[in-house]
Design a binder for this molecule. Sequence first.
Ligand SMILES: NC(=O)c1ccc[n+]([C@@H]2O[C@H](COP(=O)([O-])OP(=O)(O)OC[C@H]3O[C@@H](n4cnc5c(N)ncnc54)[C@H](OP(=O)(O)O)[C@@H]3O)[C@@H](O)[C@H]2O)c1
Length: 239
Amino acid sequence: MKQVVLITGGTMGIGLALAEAFLAKGDEVAVCGRSAAALESFTHLHPNALAVQADVTKPEDRATVLEKVTERFGRLDILINNAGTFVERDLAGEPDSTHELEQEVAVNLTAPIQLTAAALKRWPAMAAIVFVTSGFALVSPTRAPTYGAVKAGLHGFAEGLRRQLAPRGTHVLELLPPTVDTAMNAAYAGRKMPPAEVARVTLRALARRQPMALPGASRLLPMLLRIAPHTIKQMVANM
Ligand SMILES: NC(=O)c1ccc[n+]([C@@H]2O[C@H](COP(=O)([O-])OP(=O)(O)OC[C@H]3O[C@@H](n4cnc5c(N)ncnc54)[C@H](OP(=O)(O)O)[C@@H]3O)[C@@H](O)[C@H]2O)c1
C-alpha cells in the first residue's frame, strides 16, 4: 500500500535522497524547507510531490505543513525529522552567540519534538516516526559540542518515545548517518557516503522495523563504544 511520507528538509542532501527513494517505490511524499529556490527546483524534479515552504522552528509554519499534508493526502503514515544544521563552536573564544545558539537548539532538537507532538495529535497511530541524529549523538565532537548535545538529546527522545508508542504499533527509528556527501560537509575532504546509500539503509531499517539505521561507518559504532569506549571516543570526538 502507498504510504504518505513527510520529510523535513527534504529539498537537498539526505532529505532529498530519502524523498527520491520513497517516490521511487511509489509512495506519496511531502517535503518542507525554507528556501523558495530549493523548493522550486524540487518541484521541477518531482511535480507529483508536495513541497511546502516552512521553517520548522516556527510553530505557525509547522502547523501549515501538517495542514497542507492533510489537505493533499488526508493522512500521514511516516514522519521524518531530518532538517538540521551543523555548527562548529569554540565556546571559549567566540563572541556573543545567544541567538545563533537558540536557533541551533530549535532546529535540531525543539522543532522535531514539537512537530512530532503535533503530528501525533492529528494521527495518533502513524506507522513510523524517524529521527535523523548522527554518530555524534553517541560521541560529542570536540569542534561542535552543541551539535553533540542536541543530537544526544534527540537520541534520548527517540528512545523514550519508542517505548511509549510501542503499544500503538508506531515504529520509532533513529537514523545515525556517518559523514555524508551533502552541502553540510562541502568543506570536508575525507571520505563521504553518498546520500542515496543513506536512504537505502534507512528504507531497509524501516521495512525491518529496526530501532536504529546505522549506515556505513556508523554500523560498528555502538559495539565499538562498548568494547573500547576510551579509544573510540577519542577517535570519533576529534573527527
Ligand atoms: N551530512 C552529514 O554528514 C550528516 C551526518 C550525520 C547527521 N546528519 C544530519 O542529517 C540531517 C540532514 O543533513 P544534510 O547533510 O542532508 O543537510 P543539508 O544538505 O544541509 O540539508 C538540510 C536540509 O534541511 C533544511 N532546513 C535547514 N534548516 C531548516 C529549518 N529551520 N526549517 C526547515 N528546513 C530546514 C534545508 O533547507 P533550507 O535551508 O532551504 O531550509 C535542507 O533541505 C541533519 O539533521 C544533519 O544533522 C548529517
